[in-house]
Design a protein around this ligand. Structure first.
Ligand SMILES: Nc1ncnc2c1ncn2[C@@H]1O[C@H](COP(=O)(O)OP(=O)(O)OP(=O)(O)O)[C@@H](O)[C@H]1O
Length: 264
């Protein structure tokens, strides 16, 4: 059992932002959420973590709708890395990462040894051990991003949700992060803009357009020139990379209005 959605919809201002999405990850798999700006990826992640309530349909964790679950139970199982998370408080990196341990604290405090091991491990995995004592506001954008990821890892969740986690990272950390996600024994849903990174690291891709799922499945079945033209209105060629055995997308200049790929 894992975190799933059943025909979930979310409407805002009379518009269906998320429109009947069913997401059923296999435990441990990495699902990449793709789609153009405004297609509903962040909104679906907000539904999955319980930040917003579905208008209809359900988000369920081990069969129980999130809306019926105690906050602490959901927080122990689900960690989320959102976009634009910031803090104005003067706080050091280690203390931000330690916030991930809060859901594990009981009425008599937590297991301190386990907490500090989880924090140290999360710092190590994100390459931040040497920054543990540094103040948050002195970090670069990419380092801040990695701190948020470390906080989520310190939470030791079963389900990990990430909204464009690579957007501030240089290419080395993008690759490191996505490699790490595939190696963690957790179910991961990650919204991405980079089709090639999604193809390289995700087990399954789900593509949204106007809040609806337009394709879902293994990367080599989903990422076709036709799909890319339809969803992004760009002209692309796709081949299987002989090193990674994954689809590799190259783009051609010019828009493809209306969605049909231009003939080369
Ligand atoms: N709270 C809200 N109230 C009204 N409209 C909203 C709200 N949240 C999202 N939307 C709208 O829903 C649509 C989907 O937004 P969302 O942020 O989920 O897209 P996205 O696929 O994550 O986009 P991006 O790639 O730009 O981050 C957008 O048109 C957005 O303006």
């Amino acid at each position: 059992m894992t975190l799933r959605t059943r025909e979930v919809t979310w409407s805002r201002g009379g518009r269906l932002v998320v429109d009947g999405v069913t997401l059923s990850p296999r435990p441990g798999e990495t699902i990449g959420l793709l789609g153009p700006n405004g297609s509903g990826k962040s909104s679906l992640i907000r539904l999955l973590c319980g930040a917003v309530r579905p208008t209809s349909g359900a988000v369920v964790l081990d069969g129980t709708p999130l809306t019926e679950l105690a906050r602490r139970d959901a927080a122990r199982a689900i960690a989320t890395v959102t976009q634009h998370a910031d803090t104005v408080v003067d706080i050091v990196v280690r203390d931000i990462v330690a916030l991930g341990r809060i859901p594990h604290r009981g009425a008599f405090g937590g297991d301190r040894q386990r907490d500090s091991e989880a924090v140290a491990d999360a710092l190590e995995r994100t390459g931040l051990t040497h920054k543990a004592g540094e103040l948050w506001h002195r970090l670069s954008g990419g380092e801040k991003q990695r701190v948020h990821i470390a906080r989520a890892l310190a939470q030791q969740p079963r389900e990990l949700l990430l909204d464009e986690p690579t957007n501030h990272l240089d290419i080395r950390y993008q690759l490191d992060l996505l490699q790490l996600l595939t190696e963690l024994p957790v179910t991961t849903v990650v919204a991405l803009h980079d089709l090639n990174l999604a193809a390289m690291f995700c087990d399954t891709l789900m593509v949204l357009k106007n809040g609806r799922v337009v394709a879902a499945g293994p990367p080599d079945e989903v990422l076709t020139p036709e799909l890319i033209a339809d969803v992004y209105e760009v002209n692309a060629a796709v081949r299987i990379d002989d090193q990674t055995n994954r689809p590799l997308v190259t783009f051609r200049p010019g828009r493809v209005p209306g969605g049909a790929p231009a003939r080369s």
